[in-house]
Design a protein. Structure first.
Ligand code: HEC
Ligand code: HEC
Ligand code: HEC
Ligand code: HEC
Ligand code: HEC
Ligand code: HEC
Ligand code: HEC
Ligand code: HEC
Ligand code: HEC
Ligand code: HEC
Length: 325
């Protein structure tokens, strides 16, 4: 994973107010020593003098890299009109000095030695405008130092479409080990089985605050449905409503009032083991909740039936205010 080297640099600059000095003197607190032109003022002189030589020149020494690259979607970069966006140099920058030195002077964007943040900024020069990536700069991932090449591999990927470094869900488990056991619970979304993907619900490139399932909650990098409602209703369309008789928590708080998203030991991925216990969390007749208490004929000591045996349409109904069939 990347580091927050750059942020430290910026905050130091703010404190000291001598940004010019800092970029050259701050020790690089990162696993990837920063030597790229985008960060060090020492290099731009070289960068300014460098010129674009074209991909055919790169090929002469990097034939192996080129061969793989030609089979990826990035090959379309050769269609750009501007030289600065074409082929290898569209990412690595103008290569004339690198070539003249026989590879001894690095290319302006020497990614293997750059921070994740700096790499991401370079990628976003082309990818920012894509709907999918627009929120990346404000995403939890970016702010925590996760960058494009933590998940994508330009030159090593075996997936020619998405250029993922590893397939899902292994890619995500690599950093989110705590989620893995949840998806092995007795009742779970079948992510490991390949039926549902992490990215069906999450956008690893960030999300709008409005995508939160609980209004006003954190977005957790969640997608929303095409209608702008909670992501869950993308697939569970029958729960989306609107219903003539809504069950209030479904509408106001959302699915997570009663369900967990990944997996649970409880049937239907409910938050609690027993349906009745779930209902009675709210339907106690207390003044705290506006949920009505259960009528007196619901004798819980003699009647061990599940509430949903009778109140079957628990997500809302067009016919019955009491959510019967
Ligand atoms: C004359 C041969 C030659 C040409 C032409 C050439 N390179 Fe290189 N390149 C090298 C050598 C040699 C190295 C390895 C340098 C080292 O390991 O210190 C290298 C290293 C690199 C690296 C960095 C690898 C790393 O591990 O950091 C990149 C990126 C790169 N070249 C891109 C390019 C691009 C883009 C072009 C075309 C503009 C190009 N090269 C043209 C010889 C060449
Ligand atoms: C879309 C951006 C992009 C393009 C286009 C691109 N590279 Fe790279 N290159 C990278 C990144 C990012 C890395 C760092 C390693 C990684 O994450 O795959 C890299 C790494 C390298 C390396 C270091 C060795 C390695 O395999 O990791 C060489 C050499 C290199 N590129 C050469 C080239 C050449 C030659 C071309 C054109 C045929 C090219 N690159 C096109 C982004 C790009
Ligand atoms: C100079 C512009 C440019 C830069 C810089 C660039 N890309 Fe791309 N990228 C493209 C183009 C063009 C495509 C092909 C899009 C298509 O198929 O319509 C592409 C495709 C992709 C794809 C494949 C998915 C798709 O839409 O087909 C991924 C993933 C990707 N880029 C990631 C990256 C990453 C990561 C970086 C930085 C290391 C990067 N790109 C840098 C232009 C760029
Ligand atoms: C945390 C992991 C992660 C990070 C970080 C990440 N991506 Fe992705 N990206 C993915 C996954 C997973 C997919 C495939 C989604 C799918 O299969 O629908 C993807 C898909 C893409 C696509 C194809 C989108 C499409 O469906 O058209 C592009 C382009 C792309 N990423 C570019 C980038 C760029 C540029 C960055 C950095 C600014 C980046 N990604 C950062 C995981 C990531
Ligand atoms: C069915 C939709 C769905 C799928 C599939 C899914 N998630 Fe989530 N995930 C959610 C929701 C909803 C939340 C928000 C939970 C909350 O706010 O309490 C969440 C929260 C998270 C969080 C934040 C930590 C937390 O518990 O709040 C992480 C990390 C996460 N998911 C990772 C993953 C990974 C990795 C995968 C794939 C292995 C995955 N998710 C698959 C819906 C999903
Ligand atoms: C390189 C490590 C890395 C990879 C790979 C990665 N993540 Fe993350 N992810 C993080 C870090 C770091 C955070 C922020 C700290 C945390 O919440 O654990 C985070 C946070 C999240 C969150 C919580 C956002 C929030 O608001 O709390 C979700 C959801 C998430 N990641 C989903 C995914 C999914 C889905 C994938 C796979 C496509 C993925 N991540 C791959 C490192 C990674
Ligand atoms: C008030 C609590 C509550 C809320 C809120 C809620 N559910 Fe449920 N859900 C239940 C209960 C209880 C069951 C089990 C019904 C049974 O026992 O027959 C269930 C079952 C399900 C089932 C499996 C059975 C079926 O009817 O298909 C799905 C899928 C489901 N819920 C999705 C959702 C989605 C999506 C949301 C958000 C839009 C949501 N639920 C909100 C309580 C709730
Ligand atoms: C990409 C589609 C998709 C999304 C998005 C999705 N689900 Fe599901 N969900 C499924 C599928 C498919 C199943 C059936 C799994 C099975 O049969 O193993 C399922 C099963 C369930 C069940 C259990 C049904 C039962 O009968 O036990 C519940 C509850 C549920 N989902 C709730 C949610 C909630 C809450 C969300 C949002 C956080 C959500 N789902 C988002 C596809 C999705
Ligand atoms: C998170 C709190 C909450 C949970 C959990 C919950 N409810 Fe409700 N329920 C409400 C609220 C609030 C109302 C709406 C009261 C109103 O409209 O005045 C309501 C309304 C109802 C009504 C309609 C009452 C009427 O006005 O006719 C029934 C029946 C009902 N719930 C049954 C259940 C059952 C059965 C369960 C368990 C599966 C359950 N509820 C779980 C909060 C909850
Ligand atoms: C044997 C069937 C049955 C079972 C089991 C059942 N109910 Fe009911 N419930 C009813 C009937 C019948 C009504 C009354 C409908 C009416 O008068 O319009 C009702 C009414 C309600 C109301 C509406 C009260 C009001 O003031 O409008 C709530 C809330 C409620 N039940 C909750 C529950 C909860 C919680 C459980 C589980 C602990 C449960 N029910 C189990 C049949 C059942």
């Amino acid at each position: 994973m990347g580091s927050n080297y750059k942020w430290q640099k910026w905050s130091m600059a703010a404190v000291l107010g001598v940004a010019g000095l800092i970029t050259t003197q701050l020790p690089a607190r990162t696993v990837r020593p920063s030597t790229n032109a985008a960060q060090k003022p020492a290099a731009p002189a070289a960068k300014a003098a460098a010129e674009y030589v074209g991909m055919d020149t790169c090929k002469t020494c990097h034939a192996d890299v080129d061969k793989q690259w030609e089979s990826t979607p990035h090959y379309k970069m050769l269609q750009f009109k501007q030289k600065s966006k074409q082929g290898c140099e569209g990412c690595h920058g103008p290569g004339s000095i690198h070539v003249a030195s026989g590879g001894q002077t690095p290319v302006p964007y020497d990614f293997p030695k750059m921070t994740e943040q700096a790499i991401s900024e370079r990628c976003l020069a082309c990818h920012q405008s894509r709907h999918e990536n627009m929120e990346f700069m404000t995403s939890v991932h970016f702010r925590q130092g996760v960058g494009c090449t933590d998940c994508h591999s330009i030159h090593q990927s075996t997936d020619r479409e998405t250029l993922l470094a590893k397939p899902q869900p292994e890619l995500c488990y690599g950093c989110h080990r705590e989620i893995q056991p949840l998806l092995r619970m007795p009742f779970h979304h079948r992510v490991n089985e390949g039926m549902v993907r992490c990215t069906d619900c999450h956008n690893p490139h960030g999300a709008l605050a409005s995508a939160s399932i609980e209004p006003g909650g954190q977005n957790k990098q969640l997608r929303s449905s095409p209608q702008g409602t909670a992501v869950c209703t993308t697939c569970h369309v029958d729960k989306a409503g609107p219903f003539v008789f809504e069950h209030e928590p479904v509408v106001t708080d959302g699915c997570l009032d009663c369900h967990v998203p990944h997996g649970s030991p409880n049937p239907h991925m409910l938050k609690v083991a027993n349906v009745n216990q779930l209902c009675l969390q709210c339907h106690t007749g207390s003044t705290v909740s506006n949920a009505p208490g259960i009528p007196s004929f619901h004798n819980q000591t003699t009647q061990f039936q599940s509430c949903t045996l009778c109140h079957t349409q628990i997500h809302g109904s067009n016919f019955s205010p009491d959510f019967f069939k």
